[in-house]
Design a protein. Structure first.
Length: 238
């Protein structure tokens, strides 16, 4: 399973997932169709599936155009307002690409419909706007309790699991993490590394469960109460 980032808008990543054996290609969270189609074409791939993690337009805005261009069916959260959805996903549902099977878990908090797609065998998870490298999504619809639980579920996955997030927010998140955990040397080391990579225009994703357990203050919060305090502080942190 090959996974390729497609930068979109200012700081979004659309992910292309390609299975060579079946020649299938899935697009995760196409906020914009054109860059996803162009990148697929560059690889000689044909888009055969569209997967959404939640309803926000920067994740679903390209759904209809992509479906029209390729005929690919759209799978997304059953509870969400997903343009053109063909397949309803909820806790325990599966997505398949070739022989690879992803299971769906519900991770409410950023939105109430938010899901993550987890490929256990490949140790890969598409986490949308729930978890970001060293950070997490804003709470637009859910409660701190819901989001805290969702982050815990994602970071209970095996340590080597690669987490594919939908935004390049790592530098701002790393600065907040260094502020939140001034005595954590691992956070400071990662901040330096992220600064170096971003100064060269490099992507900082995917991250891993192990890295997030070590450096993400929202994951490391001891309970939902501490999580809520951190999230509120981050909302106004500059
Ligand atoms: Zn979102």
């Amino acid at each position: 399973m090959e996974i390729v980032p497609v930068p979109a808008f200012t700081d979004n990543y659309i992910w292309l997932v390609h299975d060579e054996a079946s020649r299938e290609t899935a697009v995760v969270d196409p906020g914009d169709a054109a860059p996803a189609l162009a990148e697929a074409e560059r690889h000689g791939w044909t888009v055969t599936q569209i997967w959404n993690t939640h309803w926000h337009p920067d994740h679903t805005g390209g759904n209809l155009e992509l479906k029209q261009a390729t005929g690919a069916p759209i799978s997304g959260p059953a509870q969400g307002r997903i343009p053109g959805r063909d397949v309803d996903l909820s806790e325990g549902s599966e997505v398949r690409i070739g022989d690879h099977v992803g299971r769906v878990i519900e991770v409410p908090g950023h939105t109430l419909d938010h899901i993550a797609l987890i490929f256990d065998e490949e140790k890969v998870a598409f986490v949308g706007d729930t978890l970001f490298a060293m950070g997490c999504g804003r709470l637009f619809e859910g409660t701190p309790q819901q989001m805290f639980r969702s982050l815990q579920r994602l970071t209970e996955l095996p340590a080597k699991t690669r987490l594919f997030c939908a935004h390049e927010y790592t530098l701002a998140n790393a600065r907040f993490a260094a502020h939140a955990e001034p005595d954590n040397p691992t956070v400071h080391r990662r901040l330096s590394d992220v600064e170096r990579r971003r100064s060269r225009g490099e992507i900082t994703l995917p991250t891993t469960v192990a890295e997030e357990r070590a450096t993400n203050p929202f994951v490391r919060a001891s309970d939902a109460h501490e999580f809520a305090r951190l999230r509120a502080e981050k909302d106004s942190f500059r």
